[in-house]
Design a protein around this ligand. Structure first.
Ligand code: SF4
Length: 653
């Protein structure tokens, strides 16, 4: 943006009571926290600094960083944790700002390649009816084909008629493995290429953490020019970043890669190398060995350390067979690679898969954890780094930009060190703004008495008995957030017999559909696990109570958690205090954040886990929550919803 084009003014001109935003947003109310955060972001951008900013729900942090970012006239990349927030920023917030500023603003939305239709793969599929696994896929393909003629962006989220997880999507979207790049016959019309070109030319680019990490680690070919050209990175929902980065800083090998490689090679053989019948024979052999490997790995739903399979002779034998098949296929594809760009690409992928398999078979990477997961017909083997701090820090140094990490949940008991250590941030400035909502008036924290130990077999039964009168006082309108699927299923069955309000249970319908029904019914009880703890926004009376079953410690059976804990112990650290508690505090804050979403909202938080007051570490959880009135008497919950008595509740903890 040139100086003449840059919007003029300071952040107060935009965010103040008489500011430009107040003119375009009806009911806009200035918030001191929002202005303070905007000033801090402005200062960070000017000084090329690094800011960690926690802003409680209702601060309006997207405007607090977008306004100074735009006023700076610099090139900014905003990254979000979820595609929902990405779309909201691009389609709702930025247009409002564009209205408020008197200057042109070039913005772009860029998602990962799996979000865009691949015209080349669509073309291939058109001539290959045998590739469809079901009549449903044939039907979906026709819908995709019709839409492809009118879409401008090729963003598959535009097509609501086809389910998000429909089997057609992997067939008509590309991966870095199978994209032909500049050699593609559809390159000039390619939606991925167009989206990237727009991003290159924009002042503000909205991406997500997956794409950010993919680019940082150069896992997205041809996209590496975007990040180095940015003057400032703003990472919203930053609490999700360490986990996402861990996945990208390692690698994985999946059965899907085997299937796609063999299918693409066979398709190229039919088109370009009909005389090389061995391609089909060796591709079939590779696909069969990968299926046999999956069978040898046991039941679906396993998620465990690789150690569990290391001593399994059958699995090891199958792995060796996969390796032999891969070596043979690689040699043949090398020979065939001169026939077409498609076969050359298959050869490159095959070589890369062999390298990955060798890494997995070599057990000497002490800084990585090897683990696997199984699905009904597929598997994925991972190599995940135990610590990403050094790598992340060195990427940041290479960028020479300013950095803003923000979220509603980054601090633990007002301390940001857990987050900053995970990313290796070097002396960042950290600031915290409490929510502008009046929690002590709007919310009540209820911790029931006489709860058994969370590990007791009757824990959830007692919990539900104590939850029933609360749900009754709230007239339904409740979210019950669970830390395990088992507990959720138990509660769903139990409540069926006792609860008079409509029950909505995770898994019975897609998440967005359940939230829609919850809002529509106005008296429902919704039961959910992890994905409902964050990113769900229900304002108003429909949500008046959040019940949390246990402190959300990560599952001790998780192979990455286990390896991290073990590694910290070996280094003399205390993983419980320095890793597990902070992680659980952040997760709890997310869950609690569902309750009060607006200045008019009122609600009860029922925190059932007795460890919050029995254990010394419980204080870390309670002190990290917004200041609410607290009680241990269920009668106070009834009073809270009684207009005559609602203010007569006293702290009893
Ligand atoms: S360039 Fe890649 S993503 Fe684009 S159409 Fe070609 S193969 Fe598909």
């Amino acid at each position: 943006m040139s100086d003449e084009q840059s919007p003029k003014g300071d952040v107060v001109d935009f965010l103040g009571a008489e500011g430009a935003l107040a003119e375009v947003i009806s009911g806009f109310s200035p918030r001191p926290q929002q202005i303070e955060m905007a000033l801090a972001v402005e200062q960070t951008i000017e000084s090329k600094g690094c800011l960690i900013s926690e802003a409680g729900t209702g601060t309006g942090k997207t405007f607090a960083y977008l306004i100074p970012a735009i006023l700076s006239g610099k090139r900014i990349i905003v990254s979000t944790g979820t595609k929902n927030l990405q779309d909201q920023l691009f389609f709702s917030d930025l247009p409002v700002i564009r209205k408020a500023i008197a200057a042109p603003l070039k913005t772009a939305l860029l998602k990962g390649r799996a979000n865009y239709l691949c015209l080349y793969r669509q073309l291939i599929l058109q001539d290959d009816p045998g590739a469809f696994a079901s009549p449903q896929q044939v039907n979906d393909f026709e819908i995709v084909r019709a839409w492809s003629e009118e879409t401008q962006r090729g963003d598959i989220s535009e097509l609501s008629e086809v389910e998000e997880d429909a089997g057609i999507w992997p067939l008509v979207t590309s991966t870095t493995d199978n994209c032909l790049g500049a050699d593609c016959p559809c390159y000039e019309k390619c939606f991925v290429v167009q989206a990237r070109r727009q991003a290159q030319a924009a002042d503000i680019v909205v991406i997500n953490h997956h794409l950010f990490c993919a680019d940082l680690t150069l896992k997205e070919d041809g996209f590496g020019e975007l990040l180095p050209s940015a003057d400032c990175f703003i990472l919203d929902e930053a609490h999700q970043l360490p986990d996402i980065a861990s996945n990208f800083f390692g690698f994985s090998l999946s059965s899907r890669q085997f299937v796609e490689l063999t299918h693409d090679a066979i398709s190229e053989y039919h088109k370009e190398a009909g005389d090389m019948a061995d391609i089909k024979a060796l591709a079939d052999r590779l696909e069969t060995t990968s299926k046999d490997l999956r069978l040898s790995m046991g039941d679906a739903g396993r998620r465990a350390s690789w150690v569990e399979l290391e001593k399994d002779e059958v699995v090891q034998e199958e792995l060796q067979r996969v390796k032999v098949a891969l070596v043979g296929f690689e040699e043949l594809l090398k020979e065939a690679s001169v026939r077409s760009k498609g076969l050359e690409s298959c050869w490159g992928r095959c070589k890369e898969m062999l390298t990955r398999l060798n890494y997995i078979l070599d057990g000497n990477q002490s800084e990585f954890v090897r683990w696997f997961e199984t699905y009904r017909t597929s598997f994925r083997i991972h190599l995940t780094p135990l610590n990403i701090a050094e790598t992340f820090q060195s990427h940041m140094e290479n960028m020479q930009a300013s950095w803003v990490f923000t979220s509603a949940t980054l601090a633990v008991n007002e301390d940001f060190s857990h987050f900053s250590k995970q990313l290796g941030l070097d002396k960042p400035e950290s600031l915290q703004w409490d929510s502008p909502f009046n929690y002590s008036r709007q919310a009540l924290l209820y911790i029931p008495k006489d709860m058994p130990n969370p590990s007791d077999s009757n824990y959830h039964e007692v919990l539900l008995e104590k939850a029933l009168p609360v749900i009754e006082s709230c007239k339904g309108r409740t979210f019950m957030l669970f830390t395990s699927h088992k507990a959720l299923r138990f509660a769903a069955e139990w409540l069926e017999g006792y609860c008079d309000y409509p029950l909505l249970v995770q898994g019975d319908a897609p998440k967005t559909e359940l939230i829609h029904r919850f809002k529509e019914k106005g008296n429902a009880v919704l039961l959910g696990t992890a994905s409902f703890w964050e990113g769900v926004d229900v304002r108003g009376e429909a949500l008046s109570c959040v019940i949390i079953d246990k402190l959300p410690f990560a599952s001790p059976g998780d192979p990455v958690q286990q390896a991290m804990i073990e590694s910290m112990r070996k280094k003399g650290g205390n993983p419980f205090f320095h890793h597990q508690i902070p992680q659980a505090v952040i997760a709890l804050k997310q869950g609690v954040g569902r309750l009060i979403r607006d200045v008019q909202d009122r609600g009860v938080l029922m925190l059932c886990d007795p460890r919050t007051y029995q254990k010394s570490y419980g204080k870390q959880f309670l002190n990290s929550l917004p200041t609410m009135r607290r009680t241990r008497r269920v009668e106070d919950v009834t009073c809270f919803f009684d207009s005559q008595k609602k203010d007569r509740i006293y702290l009893e903890l």
